[in-house]
Design a binder for this molecule. Structure first.
Ligand code: MN
Length: 494
């Protein structure tokens, strides 16, 4: 990279800070930049670029997310203790405890202590602990990872595979669970070509054709809806979602689903329209107006406003038959819901936003993971359970009181019972789903209302429950209850 290029990037970064933050903040950011540039001055990236390009890009991303100043500065300094002679104590002296703690969190994530699976599991464990201490650590990690993915071409193929796969399997799902739609999409789009090059190239080839045919009628539908909303005095912004090269990975995942079976014509939201309106009332009015214009597709009206997704996502979704039976999806939401959908939990850490104003429900699962990672000591089992339980597609079901519980797909009533409490699991003798008695091994679907019937005299789980349970959490609780029972039996027998 030429010096002019770097200078341009620095200038762009300082301008962004100057526009969105206070003058004092800009001064501090400039100091931190000089400090980092000085510490990394003789280092180069694998690409041959000066090292400072990387922390700069990381901080730029954090500032684009409009995160608070300590996070942006920690982004600039995040590789200093790891890669240079400067210590974390020196950073604390110069920039204070808050920033030093954030960098310490990141540095601990990067330390290589173990080889292979042990090291990987250990890093994941540390990550969840660091996240539960201060969620901003994961924002910095995302920004760091996004730049590393952008410059992945410079690395040897083995490293490319490892970093890209990990981004798809771990980081993107974490971003998703934190409601950070923009970051999730970016991580996936950057990693996808490295992990599944053939599928990626195939999609790149067929997508433009699909778009051309669909865009024509989409334009007509958009005009009609716009006109109708205007006649009804609903102010709105209407735009088509998805670019030709964006969101290809989520498209790919949908194509692999059994009901779609790689038939792209069955993907109705390949092109979709998003309508942003001022109030919740306007959302429902808009839905009604669309349904007056076009017949809705049965079973595809989703009210995520009344019943938000577990990650906080809110919107109304509907799919309609437009002219000549063509199918169009709509997403309707308010400005605030839109911000939540794009930034998720990071929206609560926006500059000037009240700190700590975080929906507890959104982060409880991190605490759960931390608790749970202490219980599973075997590394391979830990990684598998993370992939299976924590980041698989989720369904959400309800307790009779209306509380939402999210579980991995294919979970059964047994998983639900153990999710509520080990005691409920151990004493469970039956289950009702939507008021109907069902067997304990029946699979739950999103939206089910699940009631567990217990009997305090039940003597723990039976062994065949190990088959019926799908989550590792339930399985491990069943195993430990059975082992306990055996131990007691042995003791009494002897
Ligand atoms: Mn880094």
């Amino acid at each position: 990279m030429k010096k002019e290029h770097l200078d341009k990037r620095v200038e762009k970064f300082f301008n962004l800070i100057g526009e969105n933050y206070l003058p004092d903040d800009l001064e501090l950011v400039k100091l931190a930049y000089d400090y980092a540039a000085n510490a990394h001055q003789n280092q180069v990236r694998m690409s041959g670029d000066p090292y400072i390009v990387h922390p700069l890009a990381t901080a730029q991303k954090l500032a684009e997310l409009n995160l608070d100043i300590p996070t942006v500065i920690a982004g600039l300094l995040h590789d200093v203790p790891e890669e240079t002679e400067v210590t974390i104590e020196q950073i604390e002296k110069n920039f204070g405890k808050e920033i030093a703690n954030l960098i310490d969190g990141i540095t601990k994530l990067g330390k290589i202590k173990y080889r292979g699976i042990e090291r990987y599991a250990e890093n994941l464990r540390k990550m969840f602990v660091a996240m539960s201490d201060d969620i901003r650590v994961i924002f910095i990690k995302f920004a760091d990872r996004i730049h590393n993915l952008k410059t992945l071409a410079a690395l040897p193929p083995v490293k490319q595979q490892r970093i890209a796969t990990e981004s798809l399997e771990i980081y993107a799902p974490i971003a998703d669970r934190l409601g950070m739609g923009l970051i999730k999409g970016e991580l996936e789009d950057l990693a996808f070509p490295y992990v599944h090059p053939q599928a990626y190239n195939w999609l790149l080839k067929i997508i433009p054709r699909e778009y051309r045919t669909r865009e024509k009628y989409l334009e007509r539908v958009k005009k009609n809806v716009e006109q109708e909303l205007r006649d009804n005095n609903i102010p709105m912004e209407i735009a088509s979602i998805h670019g030709r090269t964006k969101h290809l990975y989520s498209l790919y995942k949908k194509l692999l689903r059994s009901d779609i079976n790689q038939d792209i014509s069955k993907i109705y939201d390949l092109v979709a329209l998003r309508i942003i309106v001022p109030s919740i009332g306007d959302c429902y009015s808009t839905l009604g107006i669309i349904h007056k214009l076009y017949k809705p597709f049965p079973g595809r009206i989703k009210d995520y406003i009344a019943q938000p997704k577990p990650n906080g996502y809110q919107s109304l979704h509907t799919t309609v038959f437009a002219d000549h039976g063509q199918i169009v999806e709509f997403q309707i939401r308010t400005v605030k819901m839109h911000e939540e959908a794009e930034f998720g939990i990071a929206a609560h850490w926006h500059y000037k936003e009240q700190k700590g104003n975080i929906n507890k429900k959104n982060t409880n699962w991190i605490k759960e993971l931390v608790k749970w990672q202490r219980e599973i000591r075997d590394s391979e089992q830990f990684i598998n359970s993370i992939k299976l339980d924590a980041f698989q597609n989720r369904i959400f079901v309800f307790t009779p009181k209306g509380d939402v519980i999210d579980l991995p797909e294919k979970s059964t009533a047994i998983d639900f019972a153990y999710h509520v409490h080990s005691w409920v699991g151990d004493k469970c003798i039956g289950a009702k789903v939507n008021d109907q008695m069902v067997s304990l091994d029946s699979e739950l679907k999103s939206g089910d209302i699940v009631e567990i019937i217990t009997d305090k005299n039940r003597k723990g789980p039976s062994e065949d429950w190990l088959e019926s349970a799908k989550t590792s959490m339930a399985k491990s609780k069943i195993k430990s209850a059975i082992n306990k029972k055996k131990k007691i039996k042995n003791l009494l027998g002897n």
